[in-house]
Design a protein around this ligand. Structure first.
Ligand code: ZN
Ligand code: ZN
Length: 348
């Protein structure tokens, strides 16, 4: 890709400032060991991380502190990023969506499609109020949800010992909704970890199901940022990260299925200019949608939640792209490896 470079990070993390299992220093250290470029911590209804001075560069890792807002029934969780206060008075989803935007921040509906009801310890926290607008995007794939939605009992030893093996895909009905929303305006998608470093206790026996190092080796969000973006000014770098998240210049991967770094999802125009996923307005139609991934997998072109073309390859070029909303899924065996953000392509 000509004008963009890729950075990779993890979103939707909880620390001991809310109900997470590790504190900021441990979270930061782990993200550094795993070579992530950025993390976005979103503790429940608190910006204590920001107030404690954790936001900023920690060596080459950019740490952003947002928070997760919920309504009075603990539904409609919203990942707020780039804000400088918690809107404790806002109890209706549209009110906090607007408050976040008014503060210069961006927001994503968190784990909207949860519906599990097998275990009292893990109730579902779905998004229930859909008469809303002006949110920036949706967390289409939530690592913790994907794993726990299948958990019927604590006796699922294999699920507890090898949690990442059971992270499979985003909920199909949510992808359908996402595609529908994108017909009328751009709605970006992110993948979230929802890291809590969950501990299972039974008598004297204590077991960490998802140590933080395991959690951060799962669902990641990769951003395309301008190639000339430097990292000597944090505020500027942060703005760039939030901008890419909001505009969908990104894709989501599950690291368990392979390191997706270096993958390219790009729209190519007649004069050879390449564009990342996001909104694209044209006066002459683009030539192709091209995909390049680090190892062979099944690349699917999706329109309106329908697979229209597939290629089992490392590289694919889908030609004759007309107006519409396209996205790419990359599958390995029975699991999803990557979701690109939509290419929303329309004539001027
Ligand atoms: Zn939540
Ligand atoms: Zn959460």
């Amino acid at each position: 890709m000509l004008q963009y470079k890729e950075i990779c990070g993890a979103l939707h993390l909880h620390t001991t400032f809310s109900d997470g299992g590790v504190d900021y220093p441990a979270m930061i250290k782990t993200a550094q060991v795993l070579n992530l470029d950025f993390i976005v911590v979103t503790d429940h209804m608190t910006l204590q991380g920001l107030q404690s001075g954790y936001e900023g560069f920690h060596d080459t890792l950019a740490v952003l502190c947002g928070y997760e807002h919920n309504d009075r029934n603990n539904r409609n969780h919203y990942l707020a990023m780039g804000v400088n206060r918690v809107f404790t008075d806002a109890t209706e989803p549209q009110t906090y969506i607007d408050a976040v935007k008014g503060n210069g921040g961006i927001g994503f509906l968190a784990h909207p499609a949860e519906k599990r009801n097998y275990m009292a310890a893990f109730p579902a926290y779905p998004w229930t109020t859909w008469e809303i607008d002006r949110f920036d995007g949706i967390e289409i794939w939530n690592q913790f949800s994907d794993w726990v939605e299948q958990l019927r009992t604590w006796k699922s030893v294999i699920r507890l010992c090898f949690p990442r093996r059971f992270i499979k895909r985003a909920p199909q009905e949510l992808l359908k909704k996402w595609d529908e929303l994108n017909v009328s305006r751009y709605v970006s998608g992110v993948g979230g970890v929802d890291a809590h470093t969950m501990t299972y206790k039974k008598g004297l026996f204590t077991f960490k199901v998802f140590p933080i190092k395991v959690e951060l080796k799962g669902i990641r969000t990769h951003l395309y940022i301008p190639e000339n973006q430097t990292d000597n000014d944090f505020d500027n770098y942060k703005k760039t990260i939030l901008n890419s998240l909001k505009n969908g210049h990104s894709f989501i991967s599950n690291f368990r299925r392979g390191d997706a770094s270096g993958s390219v999802f790009t729209l190519v125009t007649k004069n050879g200019t390449m564009y990342p996923p996001g909104n694209f307005v044209y006066d002459s139609p683009p030539v192709a949608l091209q995909v390049s991934i680090p190892k062979t997998a099944e690349i699917r072109l999706i329109i309106d939640n329908i697979v229209v073309k597939t290629a089992c390859a490392r590289e694919a070029s889908f030609d004759s792209i007309a107006s519409g909303v396209y996205r790419i899924e990359v599958h390995r065996k029975d699991s999803v490896w990557m979701y690109s953000n939509p290419f929303r392509i329309f004539k001027v």
